[in-house]
Design a protein around this ligand. Structure first.
Ligand SMILES: [Zn+2]
Length: 253
């Protein structure tokens, strides 16, 4: 029963994340006014605002003007629901579930905004660093010092990479947004897991980058936002970091 609720709550929160994704880059209020169609401006009716299901019922089109609704809406709702479900399975109804779910939600919003606008809003990442540090005081399995070193190592390492890159190539390769995002990830996951996150996101980023160069013929100057890879690396690290680190240490025994 509680498991079913975790999925439904996840989908509802996902619906709210879509509002944040649409409005945060425009610096609009995320509370007021209610949702409306971006083309005809008609307010979305309550029964047309059910996560995932409304998208299917309306076949992805506005009831009033027929404008197509982005697949982003049901995707974000579905991913948030699955994330809530998996975290609930692992942590049960606990403070850890709430904290890691909030962390996951912030990563989802950052990923989609970065994909659309190539920016990572400070309004999420900067408070995120503070929340992550505070969370280490109540989370089992991470100390405040681990969290603090995570912030310094995560933010510091990317800051050095970004500075060296800029000095070598005379252009910005990685934005300050990525530095603050990795500092936030370090706050929530600690220094060991943030190293794993850096390795995983570089690996995923390289693979995707090479595939895009091969498939689309883009050259290396084509800027791919790095935020989504950092977020993906953080999610994999959160889910399976312990196993991956344990497996690696076993290899070197
Ligand atoms: Zn419309």
């Amino acid at each position: 029963m509680l498991t079913a609720i975790s999925i439904i709550v996840g989908a509802l929160i996902g619906s709210f994340l879509n509002v944040c994704i649409a409005r945060l880059p425009k610096e609009e209020s995320i509370v007021f006014p209610g949702s409306h169609c971006p083309r005809c401006g008609h307010p979305i009716r309550g029964y047309d605002n059910i996560p995932i299901i409304s998208y299917l019922v309306l076949k992805g089109k506005c009831r009033d003007c027929g404008a197509s609704i982005s697949i982003q809406y049901p995707l974000v709702e579905g991913i948030t629901a699955v994330g809530s479900f998996l975290l609930f399975l692992r942590f049960g109804l606990s403070v850890a579930y709430l904290i890691y779910f909030a962390f996951l939600c912030s990563l989802i919003v950052i990923t989609v905004i970065d994909l659309y606008h190539q920016i990572i809003p400070d309004v999420i990442s900067l408070p995120g660093i503070g929340v992550g540090l505070l969370a280490s005081l109540v989370l089992p399995g991470i100390t405040f010092w681990n969290s603090l070193v995570g912030v310094l190592l995560g933010g510091g390492s990317l800051f050095i990479v970004a500075t060296v890159y800029q000095w070598l190539f005379k252009r910005e390769g990685m934005g300050g947004g990525d530095v603050k995002l990795l500092a936030m990830i370090g706050a929530f996951l600690g220094w060991k897991v943030v190293i794993l996150t850096i390795l995983l996101s570089s690996l995923i980023g390289s693979v995707v980058g090479i595939v895009m160069i091969v498939v689309k013929g883009k050259d290396f100057k084509y800027a791919i936002p790095f935020g989504p890879f950092l977020a993906a690396g953080a999610v994999i690290s959160l889910g399976w970091g312990g196993q991956i680190i344990g497996w690696y240490l076993n290899l070197n025994r």
